[in-house]
Ligand binder design. Structure first.
Ligand SMILES: O=C(O)[C@@H](CO)OP(=O)(O)O
Length: 211
């Protein structure tokens, strides 16, 4: 058994609340989002983990979530690496549009395909596969070697950048990933084998609360 990898999706953002496609836009957490981030941190504190390093994206909602988690586990000053490789999927022309307005305009099914499919990009944006094409190499070069050397690593990132990682870790098919939505502020604790496959996965919270 090697190290531990913890994934946590940022708490509710202002644009989650307003039901707007967000992508690389940079809204802050709502009050509820702050509470969700703190709750995720509390769950990790109760689990008893101490991290060696944290990774987050270049976006404020993930960075603040990361800091709330680190505060909760008593590691406020832990080294934290920010990289846009972990950013949310770029929503392209949909960024800033209301999700219900988009359903009214393009239909429920088309919008669901843009939101959850593996390889259909929203207009001018990234599909989940495109997102993975930047998340996976970064994971392989900058994160995985640390886990394999026995470190405990936190990644605080986004619904779709984390879905692309979970797809690989959990060996999900294109059909299975369509149904996966991650809950905000719910930590997923992976223990990896020396060959980088998953030895165990624990979800510290209610993933069915995903919206
Ligand atoms: O708007 C976004 O960037 C994402 C995450 O909030 O939305 P979706 O649920 O469509 O992946």
């Amino acid at each position: 058994m090697s190290g531990t990898l913890v994934l946590v999706r940022h708490g509710q953002s202002d644009w989650n609340l307003k039901n707007l496609f967000t992508g690389w836009r940079d809204p802050d957490l709502t009050e509820l989002g702050v509470e969700e981030a703190k709750a995720g941190g509390k769950a990790l504190a109760e689990y008893g983990i101490k991290f060696d390093i944290a990774f987050t994206s270049s976006l404020i909602r993930a960075q603040r979530t990361c800091q709330f988690v680190l505060d909760a586990v008593g590691q406020s000053s832990l080294e934290t690496i920010r990289d846009q490789a972990l950013n949310e999927r770029d929503y392209g022309d949909l960024s800033g549009l209301n999700k219900d307005d988009a359903r009214a305009k393009w239909g429920e099914e088309q919008v669901h395909i843009w939101r959850r499919s593996y390889d259909v990009p929203p207009p001018g944006g990234e599909s989940l596969r495109d997102t993975g094409a930047r998340v996976w190499p970064y994971y392989l070069t900058d994160i995985l070697p640390r886990v394999l050397s026995g470190q405990k690593v936190l990644i605080a990132a986004h619904g779709n950048s984390l879905r692309s990682l979970v797809m690989v870790l959990d060996k999900l098919t294109k059909e299975q990933i369509l149904k996966l939505n991650l809950a905000t502020g719910v930590p997923m604790v992976y223990k990896l084998n020396a060959d980088s496959t998953v030895a165990s996965k624990e979800v510290l919270g209610d993933m069915s609360a995903a919206h």
